[in-house]
Design a protein around this ligand. Structure first.
Ligand code: ADP
Ligand code: MG
Length: 593
C-alpha cells in the first residue's frame, strides 16, 4: 500500500526555512556576525559588494571548526549551542536554532575556510545551492571565513524583491551597527566595494558609540541601574542629538537588538519637555534579564521579545533615563521651556555683535551663580568659542563711528535711505548684506562666531551630496556652521553663523549646497569661493524684510568698511549716492530740456 504523503527533500525544506531566516543580504550579515561573536572572536571583518547582493564575506579569529563540524554546521538543526529543549529558555548565545547556515547555503553560493587552534590544517568547503561541491584540507589562519555570493541565485522571484543597492547597503549598516554596539570589546571593520569604510577598535561602549556615530563622548549621558528583575546600562544622547527621524535608537535585551514600542516610549517620554515636538532621542540602552524571564522565540528574526515583567521594566527604564537627564539640570516645566524658545527667537539677528558701551574686554566677567536656565542652555549646546566672540565684538566697537549717520529709514521694504553729513545714500539692503557677508567670510581666518541653535536640525543628504559635503565640511565649519556627521548621510546642525538671519538651518544649508554645486561647476572658481558665494547669497537678509533702525545702521556701517561697497561682484549697484554735485547735475540736465 502506498500513501500520498511524502517527506520534503532536505533542500526544499531548507529553502522554506530560508524564507524566514534570510529575507535580504542584511539577514545573512546578521547571522554571520552573530556566529562570529558566539565563536569568541576578538576581531571581525565584514566585506560587502553591491549591497551584499553579489558578495558578503565575514572573517573572524574565533574558535573555528574542525573538519567534521565544518561539514555538519551546514545541516539543518545543526548547532553547538543547544543540547536540550530546556536550553532554549536560558539561552545566552545569539544563535539558537541551528538554521542559519543551512538556510543561507540553500539560497546562495558559499565558500568557507575554517581552522581551530589545535589543528595544523584547516578545512575549505564550497557549497552551491545547498550541495557540497568541494571539501579539502587547506592552510589557513585560526578562525573562520565565510563568503556568500549571489544571494537568491536559484530563486529569481526572491531576488526580484530585493531593493536598490543603496537600500540593501543601509540595511546591512543597520545590522552592523547593532552588533558593533552590543560588543564594544570586539574590534570590527567594514569594507564596502573593497574600501574600508568603518573601523572600530575594541574599547568602552562610550567610545564605540562616539566612533560609530561620530559624536562627542561628552554628549552622552550615562544611564544605569540594577534591580532584582532588570539590569539597565548604556547611554542616552543629550537632547541636542535628537533627530526628526527615529534612526538612532538602540535597545538590546540580553545582547540582542530588540524592537519594542512600549519600552521605546518609556525612554522617549522621559525626555518630555527637553525636546521639540516630533523629535526622537538618541539612545543605546541594554537590558539584562534572567534568560528564563524573557521569550526571544516569538519572532523568527528574533527582534521582538516578550518580558515576563514588562511593566516593571517600563517604569525602571523611564526612571533611569529621567534620573540621568536630571543629573545635569532640573527638568524645566513646559512653561519655562516655552519662555526659553521665545527668548531665543527674539535674539535678533544683529544682537550678538551690537555695541555695549560698558564693555571692557580686559575686565574679567564676574562669576555668578548659574541659573537653571544657563545649565539647560549648557546641556543643549556645545561650548562657544568665547575668545573669538570677544575679539569680533571689540572690533565692531572700534569701527562703530566710521560713518556719521544723521538719519536713516527704510524705503519700500527693500532699500535703506541714509542721510550723511553731505550726501544721501540709497542702499539695496539684500545686495549690501550679501557683499558684507561675502567679504567677511572671505577674510575670515579660523572659525567664525557661531550662534548655537536651541533645537539642532538634521539634514538628510543624498549619497552624492553627502560625498560633496564631506569634501567641504572643514570650510563649512570655518564659515561658522556647527555641523557634524550623524550616522550615514545625515548632517546635524547645532549652530549657524552668528549673523545668519534667524531661519531654519537645514533649509539654508541645503540651499547652500545647491548653489555651491551650480556655481562650482559653472564658474570654474575654487571650492572655497563657490561655498562663500553660496553662503553669502543664502544667508543675506532678503528684500522685503522689515529692518529695525539698529539693523539698518549696522548694515550701512558694515558696508562702508567693505573693500568693494558700491557694486557687487556681478557689477550690479549696491549703493546710489546723491551728493551736491550729482544733485546739481541732475537738476541742470533736467532743466535744459
Ligand atoms: P546556530 O548559530 O543557531 O547554532 P548556525 O546555523 O548559525 O546555527 O550555526 C551552526 C553552528 O556552526 C553553530 O552552532 C557553530 O557551532 C558553528 N559555527 C557557525 N559559524 C561559526 C564561526 N564563525 N566560528 C565557529 N563556529 C561557527
Ligand atoms: Mg547562528
Amino acid at each position: 500500500m502506498s500513501g500520498q504523503i511524502q517527506l520534503l527533500p532536505e533542500s526544499i525544506a531548507n529553502q522554506i526555512a530560508a524564507g524566514e531566516v534570510v529575507q535580504r543580504p542584511a539577514s545573512v550579515v546578521k547571522e554571520l556576525l552573530e556566529n562570529s561573536v558566539d565563536a569568541g572572536a576578538t576581531q571581525i571583518r565584514l566585506y560587502i559588494k553591491n549591497g551584499g547582493i553579489n558578495y558578503i564575506q565575514v572573517d573572524d579569529d574565533g574558535k573555528g571548526m574542525n573538519a567534521l563540524d565544518s561539514r555538519m554546521c551546514w545541516e539543518r538543526h545543526a548547532t553547538s549551542k543547544i543540547r536540550s529543549a530546556d536550553d532554549l529558555y536560558k539561552l545566552n548565545t545569539l544563535g539558537f536554532r541551528g538554521e542559519a547556515l543551512a538556510s543561507i547555503a540553500s539560497v546562495a553560493q558559499v565558500e568557507m575556510k575554517t581552522k581551530t587552534r589545535d589543528e595544523p590544517y584547516g578545512t575549505r568547503l564550497v557549497i552551491d545551492g545547498g550541495r557540497v561541491l568541494e571539501q579539502e584540507n587547506t592552510a589557513t589562519t585560526d578562525g573562520t571565513s565565510i563568503t556568500v555570493k549571489n544571494l537568491f541565485f536559484n530563486i529569481p522571484a526572491r531576488k526580484n524583491f530585493l531593493k536598490s543597492i543603496t537600500v540593501e547597503t543601509k540595511h546591512i549598516m543597520d545590522e552592523f551597527n547593532r552588533v558593533a554596539l552590543a560588543y564594544p570589546g570586539i574590534g570590527f571593520e567594514l569594507f564596502n566595494q573593497g574600501k574600508s569604510v568603518v573601523k572600530l577598535n575594541s574599547g568602552t561602549l562610550r567610545h564605540r558609540i562616539s566612533e560609530l556615530f561620530r559624536i562627542k563622548e561628552d554628549d552622552l549621558l550615562d544611564a544605569g541601574e540594577e534591580t532584582e528583575i532588570v539590569g539597565i546600562s548604556g547611554f542616552i544622547g543629550k537632547p541636542k542629538l535628537s533627530k526628526r527621524t527615529r534612526g538612532n535608537q538602540y535597545l538590546f535585551a540580553n545582547g540582542r537588538f530588540i524592537r519594542d514600542a512600549y519600552l521605546n516610549h518609556a525612554i522617549s517620554s522621559a525626555f518630555a519637555g527637553l525636546m521639540e515636538e516630533g523629535y526622537h532621542p538618541f539612545y543605546v540602552v541594554f537590558l539584562q534579564v534572567d534568560p528564563a524571564k524573557i521569550d526571544v522565540n516569538i519572532h523568527p528574526t528574533k527582534s521582538e521579545v516578550k518580558f515576563e515583567d514588562s511593566r516593571h521594566v517600563y517604569s525602571m527604564l523611564h526612571a533611569v533615563i529621567r534620573k540621568s537627564l536630571g543629573q545635569f539640570f532640573s527638568l524645566p516645566s513646559a512653561q519655562q521651556l516655552q519662555n526659553n524658545i521665545q527668548r531665543s527667537e527674539s535674539r535678533g539677528q544683529f544682537q550678538s555683535t551690537a555695541p555695549n558701551p560698558r564693555f571692557n574686554p580686559f575686565e574679567p566677567s564676574k562669576q555668578k551663580q548659574k541659573t537653571e536656565w544657563e545649565k539647560l542652555d549648557e546641556l543643549l549646546k556645545p561650548a562657544e568659542p568665547e575668545v573669538e566672540r570677544q575679539a569680533d565684538f571689540f572690533q565692531d566697537l572700534v569701527r562703530e563711528d566710521a560713518l556719521d549717520i544723521r538719519g536713516i529709514f527704510q524705503l519700500l521694504g527693500k532699500y535703506i535711505v541714509v542721510q550723511l553729513d553731505e550726501e544721501m545714500w540709497l542702499v539695496h539692503q539684500n545686495r549690501a548684506h550679501e557683499q558684507i557677508l561675502f567679504e567677511r567670510y572671505s577674510k575670515k581666518k579660523g572659525a567664525a562666531h557661531t550662534q548655537q541653535l536651541l533645537f539642532p536640525r538634521t539634514l538628510e543628504l543624498s549619497a552624492s551630496d553627502f560625498q560633496m559635503y564631506q569634501d567641504i565640511e572643514e570650510e563649512i565649519r570655518n564659515l561658522g556652521f556647527d555641523v557634524s556627521v550623524f550616522g550615514k548621510q545625515t548632517v546635524i546642525i547645532n549652530g549657524l553663523p552668528g549673523d545668519l538671519a534667524k531661519s531654519d538651518g537645514a533649509d539654508v544649508l541645503e540651499q547652500i549646497f545647491q548653489d555651491f554645486k551650480t556655481d562650482f561647476q559653472a564658474l570654474k572658481i575654487s571650492k572655497k569661493e563657490a561655498l562663500i558665494k553660496a553662503t553669502a547669497k543664502n544667508t543675506a537678509i532678503k528684500a522685503g524684510k522689515v529692518l529695525s533702525e539698529t539693523e539698518m545702521r549696522k548694515i550701512v556701517q558694515d558696508l562702508s568698511h567693505c573693500d568693494q561697497y558700491n557694486v557687487n561682484p556681478k557689477g550690479a549697484p549696491i549703493v546710489i549716492k546723491l551728493d551736491e554735485d550729482s544733485l546739481e547735475r541732475f537738476f541742470q540736465s533736467q532743466g535744459k530740456k
